[in-house]
Design a protein. Structure first.
Length: 419
């Protein structure tokens, strides 16, 4: 079923009252926040740009997949071998020869030492040289309960331990699929606040008929890629189990209707993911708030709940939402409040769990509070989250209707994106 909303933009009554109010109307349709200036405010010229403190929330992705320690063993071996060689072939070795009266054999000893340390260096380099492909990734896996598809986006650093060419492919290699997967090279966006690395200036040939694979030259080093995938479910995501059940014997979740209860949702969830879920956050959206003339940005009636820092939801373990979604004071569990606090912590670089919090927050940047129009040059700047990497995986549009969203982090060697 498709619902179509039509507005007669030529209506004199609409023009007279400047209807529809974009702040109250389109934000509710699109799942966004932010105040849109009226025609009167724009014509008056009285608006000033708000003070903003941009926060590049997505910068944690590059830090999570960077292989900074991959060459540490080789560098350490080279330093130790060179230092030892300098001592043995230089003053140390000559001192021993002089002590024993063999200084006439200095050149022979130097020659033998050079051969020996060359063999040690080559042998050590061969032993520590990587022999297999190694992938470090940070991925999003998104699934709507009841739908037969999952989709993912992965940012990857891949170690290709040979010289020549390598083909990176994503998906199940099925030519009959209606949804095309995508893989391409990637580098972190440069925002002027970080130092640029060594750019990959090599030209790539991309077949536009096969966007799901990419052949690249390799130099026994690492390369970075980003891949989008969509297909049948590969991971068993959280699902209802046990009571309550409908007439067909199917478990479901329900909003709590008892006004005396402090729980928001009743029902039980279970999952069979390849690892425990940590940083679990359950977002409960009871619908859209009533239109408020004083606070037009108050659109979503959304709360969020999380366990303590050490809580992990193990596979196969039932999670009772009636006890997990308890709000003593609903104002303290507001989701937009958590988003604001997380953004402020990201601005100050606080928190040991900063990377995970940022990754969980990224798909909801569309509803993070924005600075109001107006203010002066001396007004306090408001933190504003920016992203250019997560377009297409926004989740804030789901908040236009009642829903329960399960967020969390799973650490496993298995990638949700078939590579």
């Amino acid at each position: 079923m498709v619902t179509m909303i039509g507005i007669d933009l030529a209506s004199r009554q609409f023009n007279l009252y400047q209807w529809p109010d974009p702040t109250r109307f389109w934000n509710r349709v699109l799942g966004r926040v932010g105040t849109v200036p009226t025609v009167t405010e724009l014509q008056s010229g009285s608006l000033t740009a708000p003070q903003r403190d941009p926060v590049y929330v997505e910068k944690v992705i590059e830090g999570e997949i960077r292989k900074t320690g991959a060459a540490a063993a080789g560098v350490l071996l080279g330093f130790v071998v060179f230092a030892t060689y300098w001592v043995v072939a230089g003053p140390g070795g000559f001192g021993v020869l002089k002590l024993r009266g063999w200084t006439r054999h200095a050149w022979a000893a130097f020659f033998i030492t050079g051969i020996a340390f060359t063999a040690i260096a080559w042998g050590g380099a061969t032993l520590i040289r990587p022999k297999r492909v190694d992938v470090t990734h940070r991925s999003y896996l998104i699934h709507v309960y009841g739908q037969p598809v999952q989709r993912s986006r992965s940012w990857m650093t891949i170690l290709l331990p040979w010289y020549g060419d390598a083909t990176i492919a994503v998906g199940e290699r099925d030519d009959d699929r209606s949804v095309a997967d995508l893989v391409t090279s990637w580098e972190p966006p440069y925002d002027g606040a970080t130092e640029g690395g060594y750019p990959d200036a090599q030209g790539y040939v991309i077949d536009t008929r096969r966007q799901d694979e990419l052949t690249v030259p390799t130099r026994s080093t690492v390369k970075q890629f980003v891949a989008d995938w969509c297909g049948p479910p590969r991971w068993s995501m959280p699902r209802p189990t046990g009571e309550p059940m409908n007439d067909r014997g199917e478990s479901f979740l329900a909003f709590e209707t008892d006004p005396s209860s402090k729980s928001l949702v009743t029902g039980t969830l279970v999952h069979d993911l390849p690892g425990p879920i940590r940083e679990l956050r359950i977002v409960v959206n009871e619908g859209q708030a009533m239109i408020d003339a004083v606070n037009p940005d108050q659109i979503f009636d959304t709360s969020s709940f999380s366990g303590d820092a050490s809580f992990e939801w193990d596979p196969g373990t039932p999670l009772n939402l009636a006890s997990f979604t308890v709000a003593e004071k609903k104002s303290e569990a507001r989701f937009d409040g958590w988003l604001r606090q997380t953004l402020q912590r990201a601005t100050r670089g606080e928190g040991a769990r900063q990377a995970d919090e940022r990754m969980i927050m990224l798909p909801f940047l569309g509803i993070t509070p924005l600075p109001a129009q107006g203010g002066t040059l001396f007004s306090n700047a408001t933190a504003v989250g920016l992203t250019s990497l997560t377009h297409g995986i926004e989740l804030s549009a789901h908040l236009t209707q009642p829903c329960v969203i399960i967020l969390g982090v799973v650490e496993t060697d298995v990638s949700p994106t078939p590579i």
